[in-house]
Design a protein around this ligand. Sequence first.
Ligand SMILES: Nc1ncnc2c1ncn2[C@@H]1O[C@H](COP(=O)(O)OP(=O)(O)OP(=O)(O)O)[C@@H](O)[C@H]1O
Ligand SMILES: [Mg+2]
Length: 256
Amino acid sequence: MSVILETRNVSKHYGDYRALQEVSLTFREGEVVAIVGPNGAGKTTLVNVLTGLLKPTHGSVLFRGTSISGVGPVRLAKLGMARAFQLVHIFPELTVFEAIASAVISQQNRNMDFWSNAQSIAPLRERVEQVSRIFSLHNRLDWLASNLSQGEKKLLDIASAFALDPQLILLDEPTSGISSSDKRGMMDTLMDAARKAGVQTMLLVEHDMDLIAEYSTRIVALTEGRVLADLPPKEFFADPHLAAVIVGKPPVEMST
Ligand SMILES: Nc1ncnc2c1ncn2[C@@H]1O[C@H](COP(=O)(O)OP(=O)(O)OP(=O)(O)O)[C@@H](O)[C@H]1O
Ligand SMILES: [Mg+2]
């Protein structure tokens, strides 16, 4: 399968602190990659570097062979990459409909004027309803985002990323803040959404080892900013040392 995203010798320093050190990773179509590691390992920093939000101190990030350093989120979405955040990232004053619609509009490269004419509003409405249905938000379209529950806000953030119609999606702790009995439901929803939306590659930061074992095709383990392991789940879990390093510290549900 062809390469979709790649880091070459990426380091990221915050002052003297080395949050990422010489990280070289290749992500391909068809993969569901779990990024794991103890708190502070550099997972969010890696996601931020992969999405161009942070510029690496050294090294480069290539999306389909093109450097994405300094590419903003709008252009990145047009190239085919979208993300959802560890801390929920919504505009509280928008309705659910407006939040998803703005993602659809930005992807379709149309401005509000275009969408406000009667002919184009129907496909927009249809697309928003389609996306909202996948995430069970279709009964909340006229709600203000600020009135949603924490779990629904998380779904809205992720739905907005899927509405960008990406080839690759990065999700930073999609199941954090969701009760353990609902985590599997969230993962099923994500997998279903990815299949329906034709998402080629999914990268997710996740702490729950059972979910990772069940849903990922590959595990990248970070510790202290370095890649400790990059293995299929079977091989990863066959090495008790690896799992111990990753879960050595209790997973923290609260976002940092
Ligand atoms: N803007 C920043 N300035 C200084 N240090 C930072 C900054 N952002 C992160 N760090 C530090 O870099 C390290 C890696 O942080 P990062 O958020 O990438 O970890 P993480 O693996 O996502 O952790 P968690 O599981 O808690 O979300 C941490 O020690 C953190 O304190
Ligand atoms: Mg993090």
